[in-house]
Design a protein around this ligand. Structure first.
Ligand code: PLP
Length: 383
């Protein structure tokens, strides 16, 4: 019987069988010819890693159990105890917590670099044992866009590797390796899988040496991804390009509506000509700006945000992003909760700041929903 499935089946197995010891020797003698144990490698997780590697133009990749595992693997690729990491101040809350609360404890120090100094003025933040600079292509929640080519040049001038979290941009907008990054990582949970039904990550390396390090780190720290999650992510990945087009189109329309609405004080979206890095974002993102939009309500208060959330049917509060269904999030209460009120004010994360993850629904339905939810923020004032 010849079975030729069109789609890779789910190899829901933790281990693989061998005919005899000769075949075992072939496993070691001909790397890549056979599978041994799913933590070391599995057809489904390899298919995901290879797909992300191809999208990012890398020399090899590893699929991980989460985006956090991907960041951990990336840092461990370059750092040992006594080393030091530079990290963009605008960074995912989990990345900062990992660096501050866990890696610091293991002897890997961290210094945060303000957005303005990431490219032009990096040297004062570095130490003799600084190994890497971690930043995001498009930051959360204010959607600032890092000039990756300049960041890579600044890092490399100091002998420091550049690690880019490309989660918000996705490889459809930007390939950080092409701009000089050494490693690029994703929370596959977000756009790559795209359906809010799987937790996964991936790291892609520019060189085969780093790819081999990543594979060993994934295997020995047990960071690798299960067959079922890999399969779901691969299925999601097949529509990435189509989904990103729809996310970008809808987000642009949402951002434009928000800028014109009296209940909104400020809109953050790289696709708006008023955005500080609009030109860079356009060049680096091939004319596309992603599906994330943040805005500050004119009534900059928790009460106004609550009225918006209760008034919206299409943007339920769900503190994640990048699914096909739209959602909203609240940076002051989630990603930036650990900061002091003063720190949040300094970053511009005020009480009335809302982050939207714009989905791929018919755009008119989203605009109508936002229109009426914004109406609720001000009409609620009197009552
Ligand atoms: C969600 C996210 C992560 C963490 O990914 P998980 O899959 O939740 O572990 C890292 N970086 C960014 C930018 C994210 O949005």
């Amino acid at each position: 019987m010849h079975i030729h499935p069109k789609i890779t089946p789910i190899y829901q197995t933790s281990v693989f069988k061998f005919e005899d010891l000769n075949e075992l020797e072939l496993y070691f003698g001909e790397p890549g010819s056979r599978y041994l144990y799913s933590r070391n490698g599995n057809p489904n997780s390899d298919e995901l890693a290879e797909a992300v590697n191809r999208l990012e133009g890398g020399a090899g990749a590893v699929a991980t159990g989460s985006g956090m595992a991907a960041i951990f693997a990336a840092v461990l690729t370059y750092c040992v105890a006594g080393d030091h990491v530079l990290c963009a101040a605008d960074i995912y809350g989990g990345s900062a917590a990992l660096l501050n609360q866990e890696l610091e404890r293991l002897g890997i120090g961290v210094t945060y670099v303000p957005f303005e100094d990431l490219t032009a003025n990096l040297a004062p933040y570095a130490r003799p044992r600084t190994r890497l600079l971690l930043c995001e292509t498009i930051s959360n929640p204010l959607l600032r866009v890092v000039d990756l080519q300049a960041a890579a040049a600044a890092a490399h001038a100091l002998g420091v590797k550049l690690v880019v979290d490309n989660t918000f941009a996705s490889p459809v907008l930007t390939n950080p390796l092409a701009f000089g990054a050494d490693l690029v990582m994703h929370s596959v949970t977000k756009y790559l899988a795209g359906h809010s039904d799987v937790t996964a990550g991936a790291v892609v390396a520019r060189t085969p040496e780093d790819a081999a390090r990543l594979k060993q780190i994934g295997t020995l720290f047990g960071l690798t991804l299960s067959p079922m999650e890999s399969w779901l992510a691969v299925r999601g990945l097949k529509t990435l390009r189509l989904r990103m087009n729809a996310h970008c189109y809808n987000a642009q329309a949402v951002a434009e509506l928000l800028t014109q609405h009296p209940a909104v004080a400020e809109v953050f979206y790289p696709g708006l000509p008023t955005h500080a890095q609009h030109h860079l974002a356009s060049e680096q993102g091939a004319g596309r700006f992603g599906g994330m939009v943040s805005f500050r309500l004119a009534d900059d208060s928790v009460e106004a945000v609550n009225r918006f959330m209760r008034g919206s049917q299409r943007f339920p509060f769900a503190p994640s992003l990048a699914g096909v269904d739209s959602s909203s999030s609240y940076p002051a209460g989630t990603s930036h909760r650990a900061l002091s009120e003063e720190q949040r004010q300094q970053l511009g994360i005020t009480a009335g700041l809302v982050r939207l993850s714009v989905g791929i629904e018919p755009v008119a339905e989203l605009l109508t929903d936002i229109e009426q939810a914004l109406g609720a923020t001000s009409s609620g004032n009197g009552g």
